[in-house]
Design a protein around this ligand. Structure first.
Ligand SMILES: Cc1cc2nc3c(=O)[nH]c(=O)nc-3n(C[C@H](O)[C@H](O)[C@H](O)COP(=O)(O)OP(=O)(O)OC[C@H]3O[C@@H](n4cnc5c(N)ncnc54)[C@H](O)[C@@H]3O)c2cc1C
Length: 421
């Protein structure tokens, strides 16, 4: 069976869903194809933090130097599954290369520009969705539980590039509100003004789907197995034998984008950087913004009447079974802090951040297949950058020059001999 649409979006996570709205806005008939067969992707499981302060890519010599101290074996959040080394080993070699100072500095400049556009894009999107309350613009808090980690953490944040986000001391009211919620004494803390959170990521995804369908967007379940060029047009093949022949294809499949892009002739070293969360009733947690417990490498976010605690950076094959020790560790931290969600058996989740070696996303037009656009690899910032990415995809789909220079996000940067423009 062959179908034709103006635009086919591969992937119905937050990047694909918002890109689908953008192509509809262009007046293009749009079909989103998503293979989620019960597994909820990172777009569901994230911490909901609009992290406008994270301008420095995690590919840097400072992060590389500190990696050993953050290993899971030593009680930290960073883990490498040895049996999956074939999946992340080649990525790690490229990562080490991307930590060179000149690459890291160029990455910071590019990410800073993208993050500066993220807030206006979010404001416009929630207005368009007629759900302004989905975006809560009150920053986030970060606390330490020992003088040593507080001194180290403060020094590190003071030196960090945080774009338009300003760091200040916690007010007495904030400090008191936090201390009444958690059992251990908090030594020190800072507040980040300028970022925010999504009020409820499940509601965001439901609203995106509802508005998309109400505007005539179509969605079907299915796994795309290949994208190739036939007679100057992209052809999309599904696992049930369906072939789609739209004018424009957007690859927005998170970690699943790698095989599709490689099949289309690109070098796309995207790795699964897996994270975990536990979630339960918010109880009397109060109306706090997201709180980072830096000593525990854990962020706690309230979504409506639920509380979610998220952590871990686990390099593994996306399809490998989860590691229950990580949920146990989250439960231990939640109990030690006295979080309400630790009182009953919390729900558990694991999923993969799609991450490229230089910690920049891939956004652009394929040089190999005409009509093929890609938007994936948003690492720890996929929720934060989803609205602005949708705007960029909308421009690229119309052949319009985007308002932000997307050349640093060109997937060709991983090809030998590529020179930064
Ligand atoms: C624990 C954790 C906490 C996080 N916290 C934050 C945060 O606070 N703020 C933030 O900005 N970011 C956060 N992130 C990162 C963010 O969640 C991701 O970057 C983002 O969700 C990626 O979105 P995506 O749409 O690209 O991919 P995904 O959410 O993975 O969605 C991709 C979709 O494409 C589908 N797909 C893949 N391949 C195919 C195929 N071949 N055919 C059909 N469909 C396909 C998948 O089934 C999936 O539904 C966090 C991530 C984790 C794991």
């Amino acid at each position: 069976m062959t179908w034709s649409r103006d635009a086919v979006i591969i992937g119905g996570g937050v990047i694909g869903s918002i890109s689908g709205l953008a192509t509809l806005r262009n007046g293009m008939s749009t079909l989103i194809v998503d293979d989620s067969s019960g597994e909820r992707p990172a777009s569901y499981g994230n911490a909901g933090h609009v992290a406008l302060e994270q301008c420095a890519p995690l590919a840097s010599s400072a992060v590389l130097r500190g990696a050993a101290q953050r290993l899971f074996a030593l009680g930290g959040p960073l883990d490498f599954r040895l049996r999956d080394i074939a999946a992340w080993g080649p990525w790690a070699v490229r990562y080490i290369q991307a930590c060179r100072p000149e690459t890291a500095e160029a990455g910071t400049r590019a990410l800073k520009r993208l993050l500066a556009a993220a807030k206006p894009a979010w404001r416009a999107l929630v207005q368009d969705l007629e759900a302004p309350d989905l975006l809560i613009e009150r920053g986030h808090l970060l606390v330490w539980e020992s003088p040593k980690t507080a001194a180290r953490g403060r020094a590190s944040w003071n030196a960090a590039e945080t774009g338009e986000v300003r760091i200040r001391d916690l007010s007495d009211v904030e400090r008191q509100a936090l201390q009444t919620q958690v059992a251990p004494p908090l030594t020190d803390g800072i507040a980040f003004d300028g970022g925010g959170q999504i009020a409820d990521v499940s509601r965001l995804l439901a609203t995106l789907d509802e508005v998309y369908r109400s505007r005539g967007g179509e969605r079907r379940q299915g796994r795309v197995v290949a994208v190739r060029e036939v007679d100057g047009r992209p052809h999309v093949s599904l696992d049930d034998g369906t072939v789609l022949t739209p004018a424009v294809v957007v690859v927005a499949g998170g970690v699943g984008s790698g095989p599709l892009m490689r099949g289309a002739g690109h070098i796309a070293p995207v790795v699964a950087e897996r994270g975990y969360h536990i979630e339960g009733p918010a109880g009397d947690w109060g109306d706090l913004p997201p709180v980072v417990f830096e000593d525990r490498a854990m962020i706690v976010t309230r979504f409506a009447d639920r509380l979610r605690a998220s952590s871990f950076v686990e390099f593994a094959r996306a399809s490998s079974p989860p590691d229950p020790r990580k949920w146990a560790s989250l439960r231990r931290h939640a109990s030690a802090l006295g979080l309400p969600l630790a009182k009953a058996e919390p729900a558990t989740w694991m999923g993969a951040r799609p991450t490229l070696p230089d910690y920049l996303p891939a956004i652009g037009c394929s040089r190999r297949i005409s009509g093929l656009i890609y938007a994936f690899g948003h690492q720890h910032l996929g929720l934060t950058l989803s609205a602005v990415t949708g705007d960029l995809v909308g421009d690229l789909a119309l052949g319009r020059t985007p308002t932000i220079d997307v050349s640093p996000f060109d997937i060709a940067r991983f090809e030998r001999g590529w020179r930064r423009p």
